[in-house]
Every structure is written in structure tokens, then in C-alpha cells.
Ligand binder design. Structure first.
Ligand code: NAD
Length: 459
């Protein structure tokens, strides 16, 4: 089956690669020329420099014959003559912090597509074609997709929703063995197209295949993200804060008690300075915005968002409050720029908030290190990097050498091994701020070595 993906980011490229691996003939169109060049290079390093996902480059290279990338719309025009489905994998960021979704990327891609579809056979598609929202969109978005297609006189099409549940950093593993596949459509023939696309999972005993209407699919995605976000935030804002405010409470011990109850479950039970990423915050705000627009109280969601921001502020303010610390003129080693381990995605990463805070406090220099996200971080803070306030370093010891403060902001597993490096390279008596409890087994020893420690979840 021929399938077109519009938007070749994390979602578009990962799911296109899995479709190609399932035997489909796939084209990914993206209007970012540089990204397309890297993705079609068949070189691991080039692919990973734009999308760092465990196993993705191997997948793309392995499926080279069935998976093509293009930034030329002529290829799209040619390809859709025989395509059965078109997946819209476009960014749906917020307009501002109000939660209203910026649909401009989605709508302009949809308009461009509708123009091409309407130019064929007077708009009447030879094969019934399914247009799928794979982006995370407002619940009623599918109606907007239809409006655009109808405006251009496109006929013989269906609209569907197939929300993406991938976990960044584990996208390929998760997409080849998904826990569930959710497809939303109105028409029987659209469900049949979905079943052909996802035959591999429809028939699988280990995947729950859920067929619902497109609004339910979109709502399910937003609500699932809210529940996960709330659990993570609840964990650090309530459990973490409790441990921070009583002596002799070890977060890891308290956690053992909590997660031994199956009803509570063990997912999301880490303490952290902030939950970032491209989805949780944006999707929670979007859900709150949509509920408020219906006149419904969304305080529960708003409180979760506030609790998330509060944790980062509290963490960063602890040195001044607890140690009478003065940030001015200090040299900082910042570890972890991606929003979490195993990805180079810096969207809403805790490190962005950390750096903004440090710049406001007029520190002297920030040596920032990440195993994968340095390039994107440098672009984000390009002006400050030019003024040499921020240096992206490529080795761990460069970030620690002579620093007054070391801050860990991402849970990369290799940071667990930092303590020896710290003992040798961090300024004597320096401050360690562990925003992920990465070094929790070493706190006593590091204190003995003369360092001060401020860790989330510890007094
Ligand atoms: N990243 C995740 O973990 C994740 C998980 C589930 C759902 N989602 C949702 O999936 C959607 C896409 O997310 P993403 O992380 O892949 O975003 P992304 O920014 O990585 O990718 C989007 C791509 O669309 C391209 N694009 C923008 N306008 C275009 C146009 N007019 N024509 C063609 N290409 C265009 C961009 O160049 C970019 O490569 C969002 O709605 C997001 O909320 C993301």
C-alpha cells in the first residue's frame, strides 16, 4: 500500500519508517530541505544529527527501498495518484501560553494538499483516499480538515484520526511493539484502510487495537497525556516535596512503599526538577483551553501545570534560600540539555529554564554538556553563545573543570558515573544541584569530600 506522510519530524519519520518496515511503500514530504537531505543521506551520523532516536537510522537504512524522503511537492503529486492514505504529522504548537493551538502549519499543509487533490479529475479521487490526523490536535480538528478539503471541492475522501503514543527515546521499540493502536474514523471503508496499514498490529495478540470515532481518538490522546503528566507532577510536587521537608525521609525508600501498591503503579515515580518535552505541557494547556471554551472548570489541569513550573522555581531558588548563595560571577557546569535521556529534543527542556535563570543572576559562564542535544541548544541560545556566556562543551570534564556549581537537569544514565569526575574537577567546596537524583547513592560521600548538595526530594 502507498502511504504519504506530510511532516518528517519525530512522529512522521518514526511512523513512516515502521510503515515501510511493515511492507508499505512510503514517501515522507517535509518542507525543511536540510532535514530531508540528512534523512535521505543513508548515513547514520547525518540522520541522528537531526533525529536522534535509538534504532531509527538503522530502520531507515534497512528500509531504503520502500522509504523515500522529499522536499519537492512534485514528488507528492506523482505519489498520491496511487496513495491510499495521507498522514498529517505536522507541528501543532501553542499560539501562546493560553493553550490555543497554532494550527497554521497544519492548515497550510492541508490547503497545499487539498489544492493538489482538487486538481485531479475535477477533485474526484480515483481511489477513496484517507486523510489522517496523526498530529495531536484539538478534539474537533477532524471537522476542520473536512472543511478545508470541501472548500477545494475534493471528493471521495475520508478523514481519520490516529494519535501517536510514541515515547521519545524509545520510539522505534514502541512503534514496532505498541501497547495499543488507536484509529478513529466515521466510515467502514476508512477503518478497512487503517486495518490494511496496521495489519501487523491488528492481528497481533500483544497489541490492543482500538477502533473509535475520530473525536474520541483525539480526546483519548489528550486525556492520556494529561493523566501521565499529572502522575509525574504529582509525584514530585507531593511525594518529592514531602521528602524535602522532613528529616530522614529518603525518597527512594518512600517510593518503594508507594509503588508496591499495584493500584498506584510504578510508572513515573522518579523525582525531578521539571517535566518538559514537546507534548505534556502543550497538550495539558490545550485540553484546559478546550474545556474552558465549553464553560467547564479546568482547575485540576491548570494546577498540574502550575505545580510543574513551581518545582523548577523552587529548585533553582534553594541555594539562595538555604545556603545564602550568591550566583553572580559564578562558573556553572550544566549537565543535560535534552528534555530527557535518549533524545536530542530540547523542547521545553528544564535546561532552558535553568539557563534563563542563571543569565538573570548574572553568572560568569555556563559550560553546558549533553551527549546528544548540544547542537540544538546552541541554536536556541545563539545570541548568548556568541557573547560566550554559554559554551557547549563536548566532554563531561570540560563542564566540571573549575566550576563553582554543577547542575544536573536530565536523567542520562551516564551521569550516574559523574562522582569521581566531580571529586577531581569541581572547585573544592563547590555546590552540586541534582535535579534528577542521579547521584543519590553518592550524596554522603560527596558531602564528606566537602561539597554541598541540593537535590530534588532531599532536605
Ligand atoms: N514528539 C513526540 O514525542 C510526539 C508524540 C506524540 C504526538 N506528537 C505530536 O505529533 C505532532 C508532530 O510532532 P513532532 O514531534 O513530530 O514535530 P516535529 O517538529 O519534530 O516535526 C514536524 C515536521 O513538520 C514539518 N513541517 C512543518 N510545516 C510543514 C509543511 N507545511 N509541509 C511539510 N512539512 C512541514 C517540519 O519541518 C518538521 O520536520 C505534534 O502534533 C505533536 O504534538 C509528538
Amino acid at each position: 500500500m502507498k502511504i504519504l506522510y506530510i511532516g518528517g519530524g519525530y512522529v512522521g519519520t518514526c511512523s513512516a519508517a515502521v510503515s515501510a518496515d511493515s511492507g508499505h511503500e512510503v514517501l515522507v514530504y517535509d518542507n525543511d530541505k536540510e532535514k530531508i537531505e540528512r534523512l535521505s543521506s543513508l548515513k547514520k551520523e547525518a540522520i541522528e544529527s537531526c533525529l536522534f532516536e535509538e534504532g531509527l537510522s538503522e530502520f531507515i537504512i534497512r528500509n531504503e527501498k520502500r522509504l523515500k524522503f522529499s522536499n519537492n511537492y512534485d514528488d507528492v503529486k506523482f505519489f498520491i495518484d496511487e496513495a491510499w492514505a495521507i498522514f498529517m504529522c505536522l507541528p501543532t504548537p501553542e499560539k501562546d501560553e493560553s493553550g490555543e493551538t497554532n494550527l497554521s502549519y497544519y492548515e497550510s499543509a492541508c490547503e497545499q494538499l487539498a489544492q493538489v487533490l482538487s486538481g485531479r479529475n475535477g477533485g474526484l479521487q480515483k481511489n477513496h483516499i484517507l486523510i489522517v490526523n496523526k498530529s495531536t490536535v484539538p478534539i474537533e480538528m477532524v471537522d476542520r480538515t473536512s472543511q478545508i478539503l470541501d472548500k477545494y471541492g475534493v471528493k471521495n475522501y475520508g478523514v481519520g484520526s490516529n494519535p501517536e503514543f510514541l515515547v521519545e527515546g524509545k520510539a522505534i521499540e514502541g512503534s514496532t511493539r505498541p501497547q495499543r493502536v488507536v484509529v478513529g474514523a466515521w466510515e467502514k471503508e476508512d477503518f478497512e484502510i487503517f486495518r490494511d496499514i496496521y495489519k501487523r498490529f491488528y492481528d497481533s495478540p500483544s497489541t490492543i487495537y482500538i477502533e473509535v470515532n475520530p473525536l474520541e481518538a483525539a480526546a483519548g490522546k489528550l486525556l492520556a497525556n494529561y493523566f501521565l503528566f499529572n502522575k509525574v507532577v504529582n509525584c514530585f510536587d507531593v511525594a518529592g516535596r514531602t521528602c524535602e521537608n522532613f528529616s530522614n525521609l529518603h525518597y527512594e525508600n518512600v517510593r518503594k512503599i508507594l509503588i508496591s501498591d499495584k493500584r498506584i503503579g510504578d510508572w513515573g515515580f522518579y523525582d525531578s526538577l521539571y517535566a518538559g518535552g514537546s507534548c505534556y505541557i502543550k497538550d495539558a494547556r490545550s485540553l484546559a483551553h478546550q474545556l474552558s471554551a465549553k464553560g467547564v472548570n479546568a482547575d485540576m489541569i491548570t494546577n498540574t501545570l502550575q505545580a510543574n513550573s513551581r518545582q523548577l522555581e523552587l529548585f533553582l531558588n534553594r541555594p539562595e534560600k538555604e545556603l545564602n548563595f550568591n550566583w553572580q560571577g559564578k562558573k556553572i557546569g550544566l549537565f543535560g540539555l535534552a528534555f530527557k535521556r535518549d533524545t536530542n529534543d530540547i523542547r521545553n527542556s528544564a535546561a532552558i529554564g535553568v539557563v534563563k535563570f542563571l543569565l538573570e543572576k548574572n553568572v560568569d559562564l555556563i559550560n553546558a554538556y549533553d551527549p546528544a542535544a548540544g547542537e540544538y541548544f546552541k541554536k536556541y541560545f545563539a545570541d548568548h553563545a556568541k557573547s560566550e556566556k554559554i559554551k557547549i562543551v563536548i566532554r563531561e570534564d570540560e563542564a566540571i573543570a573549575g566550576a563553582d556549581v554543577l547542575i544536573i537537569a536530565t536523567d542520562w544514565p551516564q551521569f550516574r558515573e559523574l562522582s569521581e569526575n566531580i571529586k577531581v574537577n569541581l572547585k573544592p567546596g563547590g555546590l552540586i544541584m541534582d535535579g534528577r537524583r542521579t547521584l543519590h547513592g553518592e550524596y554522603d560521600e560527596l558531602k564528606k569530600a566537602g561539597f554541598s548538595i541540593i537535590a530534588v526530594g532531599s532536605k
